[in-house]
Write a protein that binds this ligand. Structure first.
Ligand code: GLY
Ligand code: MN
Ligand code: MN
Length: 433
């Protein structure tokens, strides 16, 4: 739970960063019609959620630093008992002031009349330029209205992107955000444990998918992304989400699934044998990936370059691939030529937060940025072995990924998702119980 005061502090910090003569404008997500009068589940826009904690569509936040009659303004839906009977309660204008701590609230239907006036006396408008072409046009329209209403008034000269300021702010997690992420991690880890406990030969990917969703929804933590439940060689399809095939009795099952708590995501991958016992070949591949993951996690430390943990993972994977006979030659040459990419074609992680692939720059001035306390990353090496003739038969079609969520802690890495076993022995022990 994030307290209202923290959202107000975030808005204040953003205004300080943007400067006095700025106007900041940010839109909520809209509802998406699926068909008839049935809608896709509503998910608030992460930037809007970060600054408001407000979970309704049809809203616009405006921040006007220094405005005498109120700096923090929300345009939102008015209370409407008739509509609320069908769609559920609305916070309304009073709720926006009292519960969200806004200085002012106006009906969203009045925005075209009010917003141009808020642009008067501002040098620049900050909004998420390019995120939504319709909203880009509306911002221009509001400025044009001001110019038409006030002859000789040119309106704000600059329309600049809010992205950098806001996304740098989101990159460093507060204590309350970390509590939400630990809870999402805990429930997600429990879902993976449940999948391991439930899995038996003869089951289908769909049945395991259902086990995951049951744990997520029972904790009121919806999936943070479409889970991947990939039996056998389906694990080689990196974005496999069909989740509808029978599980191979002697094969592996790769699950990549996580839920969100108050919008904050977890992102976990585990790979385990459907029958509870790794074959020798499966175990060897799994051990290489696990060794790469442990070595990479150890690089998630204050002042290490972001890319260090990826480089470490690539090195350990390359050493393992040579040992397995899947690559030839020495480690340095293989690394220089990136030969591991035949078996490992993605990066080792990404920022994690309100979005699964969270916002924030990875490089500054063309250099990998240094990790700072309370950044959160995923660490997710994998190996995906194809069916080509030069691959020893016992390794063909094996896909393994192991993914954990790691906070840059004051004294080293804090693995948020340690509640589910990752190593082969620990997985076998859990599945045997
Ligand atoms: N689940 C998405 C990812 O691992 O990046
Ligand atoms: Mn990930
Ligand atoms: Mn993942």
């Amino acid at each position: 739970m994030i307290e209202p005061g923290e959202f107000a502090t975030r808005r204040r910090e953003l205004m300080n960063a943007a400067g006095d003569r700025s106007l900041i404008i940010l839109a909520s997500a809209g509802e998406r019609l699926r068909n008839g009068d049935s809608y896709y589940p509503f998910r608030q826009d992460s930037d809007f959620l970060y600054l408001t904690g407000f979970n309704e569509p049809d809203a616009v936040l405006v921040l006007a630093p220094g405005r005498k009659s109120g700096e923090q303004i929300l345009f939102c839906r008015e209370s409407d008992p008739e509509r609320e009977r069908w769609d559920g309660p609305r916070l309304g204008l009073d709720g926006a002031r009292e519960q969200l701590g806004m200085d002012d609230a106006f009906p969203i239907t009045d925005i075209d009349d009010i917003l141009p006036g808020l642009m008067e006396d501002r040098d620049r408008v900050h909004h998420l330029v390019g995120k939504d072409a319709d909203f880009d046009r509306r911002v221009i329209d509001w400025r044009n209205r001001l110019r038409n209403q006030k002859r000789g008034h040119s309106g704000p000269g600059e329309i600049v992107s809010l992205e950098h300021l806001l996304h740098e702010q989101r990159l460093l997690k507060s204590a309350a955000e970390l509590r939400c992420m630990r809870q999402a991690a805990k429930v997600s880890a429990e879902a993976h444990c449940q999948a391991m406990r439930a899995c038996r030969p003869g089951m289908s990917e769909a049945q395991i998918h259902a086990e995951l969703l049951k744990v997520f929804h029972a904790s009121d933590c919806p999936p943070a992304y479409q889970p991947i439940v990939a039996g056998g060689a389906n694990a080689l399809i990196l974005h496999y989400i069909a989740n509808n095939q029978p599980l191979p009795d002697d094969g592996l099952l790769l699950i990549d699934a996580g839920c969100e708590h108050h919008g904050y995501a977890a992102d976990i991958s585990r790979t385990f044998p459907v029958n509870g016992r790794f074959s020798p070949a499966q175990r060897r591949i799994h051990e290489v990936v696990h060794a790469a993951q442990l070595a990479a996690i150890d690089e998630v430390r204050i002042d290490r370059p972001y890319e260090a943990f990826h480089n470490t993972a690539c090195r350990v994977l390359t050493e393992g691939l040579i040992e397995l006979g899947l690559l030839e030659g020495n480690v340095e040459d293989n690394l220089a030529e990136q030969h591991y990419r035949r078996f490992y074609m993605h990066k080792t992680g990404h920022w994690l937060g309100l979005d699964v692939h969270d916002v924030g720059d990875y490089r500054i001035d063309e250099q990998s940025r240094l990790l700072e306390k309370n950044m959160v990353v995923t660490v997710e090496p994998g190996l995906y072995i194809g069916f080509e003739d030069d691959i020893p038969t016992e390794f063909r079609g094996i896909g393994v990924r192991i993914e954990d969520d790691v906070r840059v802690g004051p004294d080293g890495p804090e693995v948020l998702t340690a509640g589910v076993p990752a190593g082969a022995d620990d997985i076998e022990a859990l599945m045997a119980r």
